[in-house]
Design a protein around this ligand. Structure first.
Ligand code: ZN
Length: 409
């Protein structure tokens, strides 16, 4: 892979992604797949002003071993030092950079019940920390190729390193990091997304209606005084950062408890290492009342039974059918990419920052307004070539937002 281009990508993650503050502590979480690239990232973070950079390595192949040999209560238990680490994070608020490269099938064969139980028990301990840190620090999720992941995406190119190189190319292209100045490209991209958000926010919509020939016919209520967001975000104290690279979506947190109708998935959903395929969800009074899936229906049912919020919507995201990622025509088996290729919804937790004035509201107030709460937030794709989206205003005016899969604004 071209080292100069990787260096440009590393700089993009440091500057545009986490947008590190002078002297700030940055934690990088990475798998063992691309140590040389991680070196570049660490150097670019220091060059961008980081005071301290810590790398936390992980190795996905260990997870199935832990689940095979360790007892559930052992996996659920938090050691004292782990709690102290969470507290330390909460006090120091380091910027976080997550480099994803794991094998989409890497958790295959792991006991699903045990996995869900452990995850839910651990989430309960982590959640209060996560909630009190929310919107206070910069973070960025981006990707680097792993061998098994590359093999999954490009099964035919698995001779030597060609699969990994092909995945690098796809990641850089999808992330708008394949040109001479990715940081500049992102300035332009963020401006464009912000202009779309402004347009939508001026309409003051109360609901969105989705329709396509595959059977999707869904109406979703929106929260009063909520805003569409996209691209970069700001921390409560005003530091701009890009939580996802790539990011093509304009999204809003819908009103929990207001969804009516049926929606059909248009891409497989990768959940806990398994693919849920060809599924539909029927909503009544905002909650899923019926699911059907051609593959892994039981897993989908388990997912929505995680808690009450798992049956309700936490995100409506709009992405043009002609988006660069969809045009690549690659299924990445990774939400960061696949969600940016298609209009999607998410079941579970919503986004506080989509409500105007959220900074001065308590979690309870936000929940009351309609921001959904759950241990999960799982995106699923509903974009189709003929998807129409209509926004309805308070006075009942209907505004065409998407026509035939693309922006109509
Ligand atoms: Zn999304």
């Amino acid at each position: 892979m071209n080292k100069l281009q990787l260096r440009r990508y590393a700089k993009l993650l440091a500057k545009t992604g986490v947008n590190v503050r002078k002297g700030q502590w940055v934690v990088v979480q990475a798998e063992l797949d691309q140590p040389e690239f991680v070196e570049m990232v660490v150097e670019e973070l220091y060059r961008a002003g980081a005071g301290k950079v810590t790398v936390e390595w992980s190795h996905q192949a260990l997870t199935p071993l832990h689940y095979k040999y360790a007892k559930q209560e052992v996996l659920e238990k938090f050691e004292k030092w782990e709690i102290e680490k969470l507290e330390h994070r909460l006090n120091e608020l380091p910027a976080m950079l997550y480099l994803e490269s794991a094998d989409p099938d890497g958790l295959k064969g792991v006991d699903q019940d045990k996995f869900t139980a452990v995850r839910s028990a651990r989430s309960k301990v982590i959640k209060p920390y996560r909630d009190s840190m929310e919107n206070k620090y910069q973070w960025c999720i981006a990707a680097v190729p792993g061998k098994a992941w590359a093999k999954k995406v490009f099964p035919d190119k698995n001779l030597g390193n060609t699969g990994v190189d092909a995945l690098w190319d796809a990641i850089l292209q999808a992330s708008r990091a394949d040109g001479p100045d990715p940081v500049r490209a992102w300035l332009y991209h963020n401006d464009e997304l912000a202009a779309k958000c402004d347009h939508l926010n001026r309409l003051k919509l109360v609901s969105l209606e989705y329709r396509s020939s595959n059977g999707t016919d869904l109406k979703v209520g929106l929260i009063e005084n909520s805003t569409f967001c996209g691209g970069g975000e700001e921390t409560i104290d005003g530091k701009y950062f890009n939580p996802n690279i790539p990011s093509e979506e304009i999204f809003i947190s819908p009103k929990a408890g207001e969804a009516e109708g049926i929606v059909y998935s248009t891409k497989p959903l990768s959940y806990q290492g398994e693919l849920i395929e060809d599924f539909s969800l029927r909503f009544e009074n905002g909650r899923v009342v019926e699911v059907k899936a051609k593959k892994n229906q039981a897993l989908l049912e388990k997912m929505i039974s995680m808690d009450d919020g798992a049956k309700m919507l936490g995100e409506c995201a709009l992405i043009a059918y002609d988006s660069p990622i969809n045009q690549l025509g690659i299924l990445f088996y990774n939400t960061l990419f696949d969600e940016n290729a298609s209009c999607h919804l998410a079941l579970g937790r919503g986004f506080n920052e989509c409500v105007r004035g959220y900074e001065s509201m308590s979690a309870e107030e936000l929940h009351k307004k309609g921001i959904n709460d759950s241990l999960i937030h799982v995106d699923f794709m509903i974009g189709a070539k003929d998807l129409d989206v209509v926004g309805v205003t308070k006075s009942g005016e209907r505004v065409q937002i998407f026509k035939n899969g693309n922006w109509a604004l």
